[in-house]
Design a protein around this ligand. Structure first.
Ligand SMILES: Cc1cc2nc3c(=O)[nH]c(=O)nc-3n(C[C@H](O)[C@H](O)[C@H](O)COP(=O)(O)OP(=O)(O)OC[C@H]3O[C@@H](n4cnc5c(N)ncnc54)[C@H](O)[C@@H]3O)c2cc1C
Length: 307
């Protein structure tokens, strides 16, 4: 890539000494690491395997003045077609350890919510059922206080181990994280979640499984899970539902290139085949403009833009 502001070869070598050369990739297509299946290559893609490696990788990026971005499951991201001219620090390949003690489930940041919920169920611990169908990672979920149906991360999180923006380690209790609707201090202050401890409640396994099955069924009925997307594209505007506004504006099925407003759930922009990031942007902007023109409400994207 031509617009890199750092010495890619030197940094690739340095990162290889930290995580092993096999865990550093050049020009990795980010369309393979996002649920939208959209996005060009990352100049470097690195997969740390533990907290020390993660911390040293981030330090090396800072020292090299290389832009860097911590990636979870890529389920809330729209990556530009030209890709990301920096270092993607991907946690879901190797930072995936879980352990439980005294009704507390501790998950490394790269654990998927699906696996965390399944593990809690296997252990007879209730509280994470709401998360079973959210296709994100523990780190990404803490970052934005992910939630669904009757639960959210703030309800079950006890504490997170994080790296602060200056690289120092800290354990922060849930009450000090300022978790709100899709927001947190983690996001505001550029912290990186290493692991999260969830305080759960002993519950009969069949009861947990039945709740997860019910939530999965409700999700499958309402959401276009058969097509790539980043979930709800827009935040819920105060006093309205984004999906209803979009549907009432007559925008279901509105399409630009390979991206379209879902016919099944108007709150989702979906990749109907070969969408570019430019296509998705065009749909988002059209929806924003048209909903504002008809109802005077400017929808704000929930999905985050990278590159
Ligand atoms: C079909 C579908 C359904 C969805 N349903 C829901 C839902 O019901 N409720 C809901 O809340 N969301 C939902 N989402 C959105 C998404 O799954 C969540 O927001 C999820 O929490 C994002 O996690 P992620 O690991 O994919 O984050 P990514 O998309 O990888 O990253 C999102 C942000 O989190 C940051 N981040 C990731 N890991 C860390 C870390 N370890 N430390 C610090 N920052 C980090 C990234 O830097 C980025 O800024 C849905 C998405 C899809 C595709």
């Amino acid at each position: 890539m031509s617009d890199q502001a750092f010495d890619r070869n030197a940094l690739a070598t340095r990162l290889g000494t930290i995580v092993g050369a096999e865990h550093v990739i050049r020009d990795e297509p980010l369309s393979e690491h996002t649920t939208f299946e959209v996005g060009g290559p990352a100049a470097l893609f690195v997969m740390p395997g533990n907290a020390d490696e993660l911390s040293t990788v981030l330090e090396a990026c800072r020292e090299a003045a290389a832009p860097h971005f911590v990636l979870g499951c890529g389920s809330d991201l729209l990556v530009a077609d030209k890709g990301y001219p920096g270092v993607i620090v991907s946690l879901t390949e190797r930072l995936t350890h879980m352990e439980a003690h005294d009704n507390v489930l501790v998950c490394e940041a790269g654990v998927s919510l699906k696996n965390a919920a399944a593990k809690a169920c296997e252990l007879g611990l209730g509280g994470l059922e709401f998360a079973c169908g959210i296709p994100g990672s523990v780190g990404g979920a803490c970052f934005m206080n992910a939630g669904a149906y009757d639960g959210c991360i703030a309800d079950v999180l006890q504490a997170v181990d994080v790296l602060l923006a200056d690289g120092s380690l800290a354990t922060i209790g849930v009450d000090d994280l300022a978790l709100g609707y899709r927001k947190s201090r983690i996001a505001d202050e550029g912290m990186v979640v290493i692991s999260a401890a969830f305080g759960l409640t002993p519950t009969d396994r069949p009861q947990i499984q039945a709740k997860m099955d019910d939530l999965t069924r409700r999700r499958e009925e309402k959401q276009p899970l058969e097509l790539p997307s980043a979930g709800s594209t827009f935040k819920r505007p105060e006093g309205y539902f984004a999906g209803k506004l979009i549907s009432d504006a007559g925008l279901k099925g509105w399409r630009s290139g390979g991206a379209a407003v879902s016919e099944k759930h108007a709150g989702f922009v979906v990749n109907v085949g070969g969408a570019s990031a430019a296509d998705v942007h065009a749909v988002i902007e059209h929806v924003q403009d048209e909903v504002e023109r008809q109802f005077g409400v400017r929808l704000q994207p929930e999905v985050r833009f990278l590159g």
